[in-house]
Ligand binder design. Structure first.
Ligand code: KIV
Ligand code: ZN
Length: 522
């Protein structure tokens, strides 16, 4: 029987997180994984366990906490990598998948690996064989497959399937392919590798977006027989990113006349929520005109369009916005709403918090409720996600006073608490700057003795109205040339900026072994 079920493999937490400045902490990754499960992706690639202790822990935790979705961990064809992946994935038991990869293209063989074809073939088979000792479900990726000689690629596919790979993934690693050509390659692989026809192995694709063709290439592959697509939410990833899964899923659903009955298991109503969560957790803002999930994706401003839509929606809309989860907000909460109402709303939005976390969020909810009339779902999400984004506190904001105006030099006085375990200390400094944010950040630098440079600064209104909370997302470099993300939300945008900067600073201190330096105030 012809297989029409398309497997959706999400690599937001692995390839997506490789995007500079998009790194997430463990709690953020877990939150994304939980939402991906609600979205009903088939496989979550949770990380690359051998690469760092943090990645190992993330894969292990996600493998333990996620109960329904398959969990994959990446490994090179190197024993250490495969053993680390096998170990990290243990809690997922039968749902564990090890994804091994090795480059096969001539340029990678000659210049990166210094290995001939027969050696690549041998190492690929050995890698799959070793992975099969840990799990039944092994995926193999011939890296840079789209630039590999097709004859050799076919040989590799057959050999790794013979060794026990259940999925062979064809990556367009550098985003070089174009749709017609990529479709022809996929059709040839299906025609020449019998296991792809019998269903003994699944042919997958993994497209990068360097020429803006990742989604088009993925769709061409599906049309020609691929039955797994890999990609990320919002298309995040290294360089120009990966194929945006929400676009592939909605293209297949909307144009099912063309994609001949192909189906996915995706719960499309969770798309917008997932997209926003990934954006907040990764600090990567979604462009307004991004298909499906951008703010403008369903906004019709031209009068002629609005008129048409009112007469019949399908005149100018090819998808119903509610189908992807737009416009599902409820009546806002207010400062009079109790703890139970807030908890009920959080549950509805999809957050599972402990009692201690609820207490902390409820306190912030009351503070916001005192400052603004309505607390919208987005305000609540910002509060919860602010809480999730919190890393081990080394410095926290105690007090902030800013004097600014058109005819004065912006001046800030900042008081910070340094968390020392038993005896906290409070420090105060003042600073002037080009603007109020600059003045605040300079005062913070003086107190902490760590000089940061703002590389990126974004601010957005979380919800509607003049009293809306402002959410600031930043990327800062604290001297080691790494982009450290930070975020903060408040009804006061200067305070939100200070909180975002401190969030990044605490991340830097706790992840770069700089705690001791900060302790000594060096
Ligand atoms: O782009 C790529 O080739 C990859 C592989 C590891 C699948 O991400
Ligand atoms: Zn990739």
């Amino acid at each position: 029987m012809k297989n029409t079920r398309l497997v959706i493999f999400d690599t937001t937490l692995r390839d997506g997180e490789q995007c500079p400045g998009a790194s997430m902490n463990l709690i953020e990754k877990l939150q994304v994984a939980r939402q991906l499960e609600k979205l009903n992706v088939d496989v979550i690639e949770a990380g690359f366990p051998v690469i760092s202790e943090g990645d190992f822990k993330a894969v292990q935790t996600i493998a333990r906490e996620i109960k329904k979705t398959k969990i994959a961990g990446l490994a090179r064809c190197v024993p250490n990598d495969i053993d680390a992946a096998g170990e990290a994935l243990k809690p997922a038991e039968k749902r564990a998948r090890i994804h091994v990869f090795l480059a096969t293209s001539k340029i990678h063989r000659e210049f990166k690996l210094g290995k001939a074809q027969d050696e690549i073939l041998r190492l690929s088979v050995e890698g799959v064989t070793r992975a099969r000792k840990y799990v039944e479900d092994v995926e193999f990726s011939p890296e840079d497959a789209s630039r590999t000689e097709p004859e050799f690629l076919i040989q590799v596919c057959k050999a790794v399937i013979e060794a026990g790979a259940k999925t062979v993934n064809i990556p367009d690693t550098v985003g070089y392919a174009v749709p017609d050509e990529f479709g022809v390659l996929i059709a040839r692989l299906v025609a020449e590798v019998p296991a792809f026809q019998t269903g003994d192995a699944v042919l997958s694709v993994h497209c990068h977006n360097d020429l803006g063709l990742a989604v088009a290439n993925s769709l061409a592959a599906v049309k020609n027989g691929a039955r797994q697509v890999e990609g990320t939410i919002n298309g995040i990833g290294e360089r120009a990113g990966n194929a945006a899964l929400e676009e592939i899923v909605m293209a297949i659903k909307t144009r099912n006349d063309f994609y001949a009955g192909i189906t996915t298991g995706i719960n499309t109503r969770e798309i917008v929520k997932t997209s926003r969560l990934v954006s907040r957790m990764s600090g990567l803002i979604i462009q307004r005109n991004k298909a499906i999930v951008g703010e403008n994706a369903f906004a019709h401003s031209a009068g002629i369009h609005q008129d048409g839509i009112l007469k019949k929606r399908e005149t100018y809309e090819i998808m119903d916005p509610t189908e992807v989860g737009w416009g599902e907000s409820e009546l806002p909460l207010t400062k009079h709403s109790g703890r139970a109402a807030m908890v009920a709303r959080l549950k509805q939005i999809g957050y599972k918090l402990s009692d201690i976390e609820i207490n902390s969020v409820f306190q912030k909810f009351k503070e916001v409720g005192d400052k603004k009339k309505f607390v919208y779902d987005d305000d609540l999400i910002a509060l919860v996600e602010g809480h999730i984004a919190e890393v081990q506190k080394v410095w926290s904001l105690e007090y902030l006073n800013v004097v600014s105006g058109t005819a004065t030099i912006p001046t800030a006085t900042v008081k910070l608490r340094k968390h020392n375990g038993q005896a906290d200390e409070v420090y105060q400094e003042a600073g002037t700057g080009d603007g109020p944010v600059d003045a605040v950040l300079k005062a913070i630098d003086r107190i902490t003795n760590i000089k940061g440079t703002l590389i990126e600064y974004n601010i957005r209104a979380v919800s509607q109205g003049k009293d809306a909370m402002g959410e600031v997302t930043i990327k800062a470099d604290f001297g080691d040339k790494k982009l450290i993300p930070g975020k903060g939300a408040s009804t006061d945008v200067i305070e939100a900026s200070a909180r975002a900067y401190l969030n990044a600073l605490n991340r830097f201190i706790t992840t770069s072994g700089k705690i001791e330096i900060a302790e000594k105030g060096i």
